[in-house]
Each structure stands twice: as structure tokens, then as C-alpha cells.
Design a protein around this ligand. Structure first.
Ligand SMILES: C[S@@+](CC[C@H](N)C(=O)[O-])C[C@H]1O[C@@H](n2cnc3c(N)ncnc32)[C@H](O)[C@@H]1O
Length: 214
């Protein structure tokens, strides 16, 4: 159960879901069984909407996992637009390649294998849209790298900023204390950074949306 919305509201939102893409449904089932954390369907839908509105030519994703969000982004890109996605886990890369091969957007996706903390300083492209969805402990460093790679008027979207509800809760289980501390510190940085117009949206596990204004 999410600790962000009331169950009745969450179920109400879910009741409008009408996904028909068999690959997307297959990937959601795989992620659920294998406990692979992927975007919630409502967050993924919002991400697709942003891509449709913003029409980025080049997207960077940090944290590909099995390529669920990657494929959902790629499906909404215009002709000639591409997504570079960074992933460090060999096991996830294998599964991501399997699903990307099954998708009809293979030509739009470039997987960069490695640790984003090492990969990002060596990237030469600039991006119109960056989606940050990696380990919370690394968010601050990855955010600074992202700002260097994001074009002016570019969008940065960051997942898990309400962190299962714990970011705003006074009761945090010991297992989540360290990660919650990182998310809270990150939220202060993200929501007050002078180069961004940013907001925190209660969609899925909490989405941070920033537009680079300087
Ligand atoms: C929450 S999952 C990504 C889910 C994916 N964006 C989706 O919604 O379908 C986070 C992924 O980031 C990867 N990751 C974590 N830290 C990383 C880093 N420093 N560099 C590259 N990948 C990283 C993990 O291996 C994991 O697969």
C-alpha cells in the first residue's frame, strides 16, 4: 500500500487505467514478481505526457532497470529523437536488452553500461530532458552532473521524492532512516535551486519536476 494517497483515492485513480500495450503489461508483471522497482503506472503516464508536450530531441535517463520507463519514453519521442539510458546492474541490463529488442522503439534507445557517477562526467551531448531514477544516496551528485548536461529550458524529472511517504513522516522505520535522510536533503536542494523552477508532485512515489531557467 502506498503511504502517499489514501487507499480509496489510489484505487479510484487506478480504476481509470486502460493500458493495452502487451509488452508494457508483461514488464509490469515481471517487475512485480521479481521485485524490480519501476515507475508506478500513473508516474509513467505523466512522464509520457511531459515527453509529448516538451518534444525533447535527446533524453538522458539515469537508472534504466529493465527499460520499462525507457521504452515508455521512447514510444513518445518524435522521429529522429533518441534516449540514452545509464544502468550499472548487469542483470538488469540483460533484461532491459531483452525487452528493448521486443519493443518497436529499439532504434531510439542507447544503453550506456556503467555507473552514472563515472559515466556522466564523460558525456559530451547536452540533453533536453533528464529523468533521474537511481539510488537515493547518489541523487545529489547525479543532480549536479545532470544540471551540467541539461540545456536551458530543459526539464529534469526525479522519482521517489516522497519516498514511500517517509520524507514527510515523523515515524521512519530504521531500515529507511538513512535513505530518508538523503531524500529529505535532496528535496531541499532540488526545490530551492536557483537555476530551476521546481515543484514536488504527489504522483506515484513523489515526482520532482524542474525546468532549467538559467
Ligand atoms: C528504480 S530503478 C529504475 C527504474 C526505471 N527507471 C523504470 O521506472 O522502469 C533504479 C535503477 O538504477 C540503477 N542504478 C542505481 N544507481 C546507479 C548508478 N549510480 N549508475 C547507474 N545505474 C544505477 C539500479 O541498478 C536500478 O536498476
Amino acid at each position: 500500500m502506498s503511504k502517499i494517497l489514501y487507499t480509496s483515492q489510489e484505487n479510484y485513480i487506478k480504476s481509470f487505467r486502460n493500458e493495452i500495450d502487451e509488452l508494457i503489461i508483461e514488464m509490469e508483471e515481471f517487475a512485480k514478481k521479481g521485485k524490480v522497482p519501476i515507475l508506478t503506472p500513473d508516474s509513467a503516464q505523466f512522464l509520457e505526457q511531459l515527453i509529448t508536450i516538451h518534444k525533447p530531441k535527446r533524453v538522458l535517463e539515469i537508472g534504466c532497470a529493465i527499460a520499462y520507463s525507457t521504452i515508455r519514453i521512447a514510444k513518445n519521442l518524435k522521429k529522429k529523437s533518441v534516449i540514452d539510458t545509464i544502468e550499472v546492474s548487469k542483470e538488469n541490463i540483460k533484461k532491459a536488452k531483452f525487452y528493448i529488442d521486443k519493443s518497436n522503439v529499439k532504434d531510439k534507445i542507447n544503453i550506456i553500461e556503467g555507473d552514472a557517477l563515472e559515466v556522466m562526467p564523460n558525456l559530451s551531448n547536452k540533453y533536453d530532458f533528464i529523468f533521474l531514477d537511481a539510488d537515493k544516496e547518489d541523487y545529489e551528485k547525479l543532480f549536479y552532473f545532470s544540471l551540467m548536461l541539461l540545456k536551458k529550458n530543459g526539464i529534469i524529472l526525479v522519482d521517489n521524492l516522497l519516498w514511500h511517504g517517509y520524507a514527510a513522516s515523523s515515524k521512519v522505520p530504521p531500515k529507511f532512516r538513512n535513505s530518508t535522510k538523503h531524500v529529505r536533503n535532496f528535496n531541499i536542494l532540488f526545490l530551492s535551486h536557483p537555476t530551476l523552477k521546481s515543484t514536488l508532485l504527489p504522483i506515484g512515489d513523489g515526482l520532482g519536476l524542474g525546468i532549467k531557467i538559467k
